[in-house]
Design a protein around this ligand. Structure first.
Ligand code: ZN
Length: 78
């Protein structure tokens, strides 16, 4: 398992996500952003909008996605 925080993934807080793959960690962040915004957390709105934009424009978002993947790959497993 590896750990990345909300902030590592472009969000505003230090919540930690743990996952086996970069895809899982991105999905965990997506869920976290949705839940935070639903709960009325304004600070997470811009990150949520960015994430929604990525799903709509996957090709344009490849740089971000590959950045997360390589950051994830370099993390020590724990
Ligand atoms: Zn957060």
């Amino acid at each position: 398992m590896k750990t990345m925080t909300c902030a590592d993934l472009g969000g505003p807080c230090g919540l930690e996500h743990r996952a086996e793959t970069a895809d899982e960690i991105i999905q965990a962040q997506d869920r976290h952003l949705k839940e935070a915004v639903k709960a009325g957390d304004e600070a997470h709105v811009p990150a949520r909008e960015d994430m929604k934009g990525r799903w709509r424009h996957p090709k344009k978002s490849l740089d971000w996605y590959n950045g997360v993947k390589s950051a994830f790959a370099e993390l020590p497993a724990s």
